[in-house]
Design a protein around this ligand. Structure first.
Ligand code: PEP
Length: 248
């Protein structure tokens, strides 16, 4: 039985005043049966971990593959852990696009995260062009093979399926399409890592998840939760998504 995870990615949004939303979320969500994670900008990780006071896990949005060194502007997994993070997102499509991150880079970041005791949320997803050319599953397979470390276990890795064209667009794949890709990812992980770990790794769907569509997405096979961008910024939106997952 896999645990469920409602994860929020604040991206480059949020200042100290935004922590009021986290206080509201903690108060409104009661005792969810799912795990709840927020990944704020690095500037807020420590303060958010204090406000969340154990009710919500905190994660980074990226980490460097190295532990220390001459990498101006970067943060290591150890630094994120030191600030209060227990998770880190790696390979988000915005990092892949904006910073040219390859699967090999993503894999090295995931390995660094695991070494430092963080859970790596590894993102994969096709572009609209890929989907229209009917190469979605080929793209996902290549990203999984290249980005997921051989050492991945259910305790150290979460995989997020995030179609690039669904992120921030208000568009979502059909439930059948989500199910097809999640089942494919499960089969791929089982073949690669063995069924003990492959069956236990949590798979998140991400891309325009809102209070209005969360419940139907959480009912899809092999969907163990969501990675939520825009709708994670406000407790009034993220709270109902957490509730939907708790009740799924
Ligand atoms: C994301 O950035 O991971 C994401 C899923 O964004 P949104 O929910 O806004 O589509």
């Amino acid at each position: 039985m896999r645990g469920k995870l409602a994860a929020g990615n604040w991206k480059m949004n949020g200042v100290a005043a935004s922590l009021a939303e986290v206080e509201s979320l903690v108060l409104s969500m009661g005792r969810p049966t799912c795990e709840v994670l927020l990944c704020p900008p690095a500037t807020l990780i420590h303060r958010m971990s204090v406000v969340a006071s154990g009710n919500i896990k905190i994660g980074g949005q990226d980490c460097h593959a190295k532990t220390t060194g001459a990498h101006t502007g970067d943060l290591s997994a150890a630094m994120l852990a030191d600030a209060g993070a227990s998770y880190v997102i790696v390979g988000h499509s915005e990092r892949r696009q904006d910073h040219g991150e390859t699967d090999a880079v993503v894999q090295s970041k995931a390995s660094a995260a695991i070494t430092e005791g963080l859970v790596a949320v590894i993102c994969v997803g096709e572009t609209l062009e890929d989907r229209e050319a009917e190469r979605t599953l080929d793209v996902i397979a290549a990203q999984l093979d290249g980005s997921v470390p051989d050492t991945a276990t259910a305790a150290t890795v979460v995989v997020a399926y995030e179609p690039v064209w669904a992120i921030g667009s208000g568009l979502t794949p059909t439930l059948e399409q989500i199910g097809e890709v999640h089942d494919f990812i499960r089969t791929n992980l089982n073949a690669r890592l063995g069924t003990t770990e492959g069956d236990a790794i949590r798979l998140l769907y991400g891309g325009s998840v809102k209070p209005g569509n969360a419940a139907e997405i959480f009912a899809v096979s092999n969907v163990d939760g969501a990675l939520v961008g825009g709708a994670s910024l406000k407790a009034a939106d993220f709270g109902p998504i957490v509730d939907a997952l708790s009740n799924a």
